[in-house]
Design a protein around this ligand. Structure first.
Ligand code: RB5
Length: 153
């Protein structure tokens, strides 16, 4: 599987370790930046990372900023992205199983690198549930996505 990684300056150390995890799991990654500690704007990276998913170049994304919140809000503005801020392995598992999240967002200033690696591992390993009730609910999210870009809102 190909996974896209994106972060602002707050997330670069976490991102390095998550890259090692992805390689150790036999997956590949694209890193859309940022690559240095110089201050940047998280929406730019939420957008760049999301577009790798909507173009089909990557299947899942792992996005990191200080809280995980700003980059997640930005990603969720892109049609087709279902980003979830997760703070432990249980929320990561449920985000995949119940919500079919395709982007994991992590807050580097609140989650240790070690915990972030385990959260990312769980997110990558967990498939979306085939249970009809979860599929129905995710389809309703997709319908909202269609509506918000159609001018009907
Ligand atoms: C950057 O200082 C910080 O605002 C950003 O990483 C993130 O936490 C925003 O949601």
């Amino acid at each position: 599987m190909k996974i896209v990684l994106a972060s602002d300056h707050a997330g670069i150390e976490h991102k390095k370790r998550i890259k090692e995890l992805i390689s150790s799991m036999g997956h590949t990654f694209i890193d859309v930046g940022t690559h240095t500690a110089e201050s940047v704007d998280y929406p730019d990276y939420g957008q760049k990372g999301s577009e790798k998913i909507t173009s089909g170049e990557a299947e899942l994304g792992i996005f990191i900023c200080g809280t995980g919140i700003g980059i997640c809000m930005s990603a969720n503005k892109i049609k087709g992205i279902r980003g979830a801020v997760c703070w432990n392995t249980e929320t990561a598992r449920l985000a995949r199983e119940h919500n079919n999240a395709n982007v994991l967002c992590i807050g580097a200033r609140f989650i240790s690198i070690e915990d972030a690696v385990e959260i990312a591992r769980t997110f990558i390993e967990t498939p979306a549930s085939g249970d009809p009730r979860h599929i129905r609910r995710v389809n309703k999210i997709k319908a909202l996505d269609e509506r918000s870009t159609s001018g009907d809102c």
